[in-house]
Ligand binder design. Sequence first.
Ligand code: PBG
Length: 329
Amino acid sequence: MEKDPPLAPGAERPRRLRANPLLRRMVRETQLSRDDLILPLFVCPGTGVRRPIPSMPGNFQFSVDQLVEECRQVANLGIPAVILFGIPPHKDAVGSSGYDPQGIVPQALRALKEARLDLVLIADVCLCEYTDHGHCGVLHGEEVVNDATVELLARESLVFAQAGADVIAPSDMMDGRVGHIRRMLDLQGYAHLPIMAYAAKFASGFYGPFREAAESTPQFGDRRGYQMDPANAREALREIELDLRQGADLIIVKPALAYLDIIRAARERFEVPIAAYSVSGEFSMVKAAGAQGWIDEARIRDEILLSIKRAGADLILTYFAKEVAAALP
Ligand code: PBG
C-alpha cells in the first residue's frame, strides 16, 4: 500500500463545521435536558412559610403547603425529580426528629404523594439537619460513632419509605450504611425502592450556603473525619465501589465543578447512572458574580452544567434546575 500523500497546507480546517448555528447544532456532542435535572428543596415547619435563603437567591425554606405548590410548578416545568431536606422544629443530640414518623420530611412526603404530582420524590437521609451539634451522626465525646449512626440512618430511611419516598439518598458518609439501609428496606417490604448513594462526598467549603439554608453547621470541629479529603481521587473510586457492592442503584459525586475528574473516572469505571451534585457554593458564586454584573450569569450557568455532563454525569442535582428548565427550548 502506498502511503497517503501529506495533506496540503491549510487542508485541516475544523472551522468548516462551526460556520453557522445549524451546522453547530448538528455536530454538538453534549446537551442539557430537563430529564437530567433534580432540584433540591428545603422544608420547614409552619404554614404559608416561604422564607428566602439570603445566600441562595431564588431558593426558600418552604412549609409543607408551600412546598406542594412549589413542586407543582417544578413538575409543570418538566423537571422529573426533587430531593428533600428537612428543617425540624427542634434538634437533639441523637437527631430524633430525623426518624420521627411525624417529622417534617415524612409530613412533606405524605402531602406530596396526596397531591399526585408527576415527580420522583428523593429523600435525603442524614442526621446533620436534626442534631443539635450539627454533625452527621451520634457522638461519643467529639467522635462521630459509625455503627450506632448507621442504625439510625436505616431507621430514618424506613420512615421516609413508609411516608412515600420514591428514592432514598444517604448523604452522611458513614461506612456500611448503604448495605444496612438496603437490608432494612428489603426486610420491611421496600425491596423495590432505589438507593441513590452519595458515594464520593468530599469535605468541601462549597457547602457553606447550604448549611445556612438547612441550619446544619457543625457546632464544633468539621466533617473531615467522615467526608472525603479533597485531595483523593483513587479513594473516591473505592468509596463508589463499596456503595455499589452494598446495593446502591445510582451514585452521587459531590461537589461537581471542582471534581469533574472524579465524575469522568467514575464514568469510565462503572456502568451505573451517575449523578453530580452541583452544590450550594457553586450556585451562590455564580449568582453573586452575576448580581455584580461581573459575569453573564445564564451563560456561565449553562457552561458549568454542560461541563458536568461532558465529564460523564447522567443527572445533575442543581439549584438552577427551574431556571434551566424554563430556558430550555
Ligand atoms: C447533609 C448534606 C449536605 C449537603 C447535602 N446533604 C451538607 C453537608 O454535608 O454539610 C450539601 C449540599 C449543598 O451544599 O448544596 N449531609
